[in-house]
Ligand binder design. Structure first.
Ligand code: PEP
Length: 253
């Protein structure tokens, strides 16, 4: 089994002015010391990416966008393209976040178009999937995950695997304070890895990182990260404060 470098990502959502974002970036730059055995990513709002990139110059902290459009340029008012994100210094793009699916009508198909556009522009993808509470209670969790994975990965091959990260984010756990138990998260992650093995092969499946997201905080990160198939965290609320995100990055093994 290949070694998967843990990846701890902070999703800043629609928070922070440029000055606030830069202040947090500077706090993380000086406060995070564990880069040899883990990767750290922050996803500021589009408006702050350029300034955060400058603030993080010389630091191994990587930048992600929270979303993107699938065309490179054109008459698409209000959209931001993958080449623009590369130009700003982004390494990753998040696609399919449940807030995008829930509030902005994203479908597996549109998520897949975004993922393919990022990859075509040499940006890595963090593909989010996860079931709602209703789906979990109806016993449909694994079916929903399989469907979202199938749709999200449509047309992608083994050659994209090293640019691909999955994030299992149960919708009922995002921003609610209700974290999945480590067992619930591990069950979903193991299922996803098995699905990846069927799609690609065991070696590829064992190389793809699967993050957990949903009310990760300093108090629960260690037990989540102790699960064999949890390779990192996508963190919303608890990534907005330097000390809290630094402790999450500093999870204990
Ligand atoms: C997220 O935004 O992806 C997320 C998991 O948010 P929170 O950590 O606040 O639940």
């Amino acid at each position: 089994m290949s070694v998967r470098m843990p990846l701890m990502a902070g999703n800043w959502k629609m928070h922070f002015t440029v000055a606030e974002a830069v202040a947090l970036a500077e706090e993380l730059k000086t406060g995070i010391s564990r880069f040899d055995d883990r990767e750290v990513v922050v996803a500021p709002p589009f408006t702050a990416i350029a300034a955060v990139a400058s603030a993080l110059a010389g630091s191994p902290i990587r930048l992600s966008a929270q979303n993107c459009y699938w065309e490179n340029q054109g008459a698409f008012t209000g959209e931001v393209s993958p080449p623009m994100l590369r130009d700003l210094g982004c390494h990753y793009g998040i696609v399919g976040h449940s807030e995008r699916r829930q509030f902005f009508g994203e479908t597996n198909e549109s998520v897949n178009r975004r993922a393919r556009a990022l990859l075509a522009n040499n940006l890595a993808v963090i593909l989010c999937i996860g079931e709602t509470l209703e789906e979990r209670e109806a016993g449909k969790t694994l079916d929903v995950l399989a469907e979202q994975l199938k749709g999200g990965l449509e047309g992608l091959g083994e050659e994209h695997a090293d640019q691909l990260v999955l994030a299992y984010e149960p919708v009922w756990a995002i921003g609610t304070g209700h974290t999945a138990t480590p067992e619930q998260a591990q069950e979903a992650h193991a299922f996803l890895r098995g699905n990846l093995a069927e799609r690609f092969n065991n070696t590829v499946a064992n190389s793809i990182r699967i993050l957990y997201g949903g009310s990760v905080k300093p108090e629960n990160v260690d037990e989540l990260m102790a699960q064999p198939d949890i390779d990192g965290a996508l963190v919303g609320g608890a990534s907005l404060k330097g000390a809290s995100f630094i402790r999450i990055v500093d999870f204990e093994e």
